[in-house]
Design a protein. Structure first.
Length: 150
């Protein structure tokens, strides 16, 4: 993405979801590791081997990786366009195709209004972040408006 002259790129990520995702991932790994340690010593009538313990830890790591996908959203915008990275995909849009930057009442996150009544959710700007979300949406709307100025 090339920044327009005089306009710096802005980058936003969700703050509270990021903290919760990392804390949850650490908790999942700790829980599965603790279960793996206790697994061999529990009197269940089943004989657990070292491979079973290792598998429990690996399962915990995989689940933690899935939880950390919630920490992936990011939005980066400059005078030329906006890049939205959500949980599963990233997409770059020049400002010409963005009709509006919206944060509908009661919505959990912002969205970009596109042609043909389509929209792209912007998971990086979430209502739970309060004033950080207000700051982010204000700056992105200003970049959008500046790109449309004659």
């Amino acid at each position: 993405m090339n920044a327009a002259v005089g306009e710096a790129a802005v980058v936003f990520r969700p703050r509270k979801v990021l903290v919760v995702a990392w804390a949850s991932a650490v908790l999942v790994v700790a829980l599965f590791t603790a279960i793996a340690v206790v697994l061999r010593n529990s009197p269940t009538g089943v004989y657990f081997r070292l491979a079973d313990q290792i598998a429990m830890v690996v399962m915990g790591l995989l689940l933690a990786g899935i939880v950390l996908l919630l920490a992936r959203p990011r939005v980066r915008a400059d005078g030329a366009g906006i890049e939205v990275r959500n949980i599963g995909s990233a997409r770059y849009l020049p400002w010409e195709v963005v009709l509006a930057v919206a944060f509908p009442d009661g919505a959990s996150w912002a969205r970009l209004e596109l042609a043909d009544d389509e929209y792209l959710p912007v998971l990086a700007i979430q209502a739970v972040d309060g004033l950080r979300a207000v700051d982010a949406i204000t700056k992105i709307r200003a970049l959008h408006a500046a790109s449309r100025a004659p």
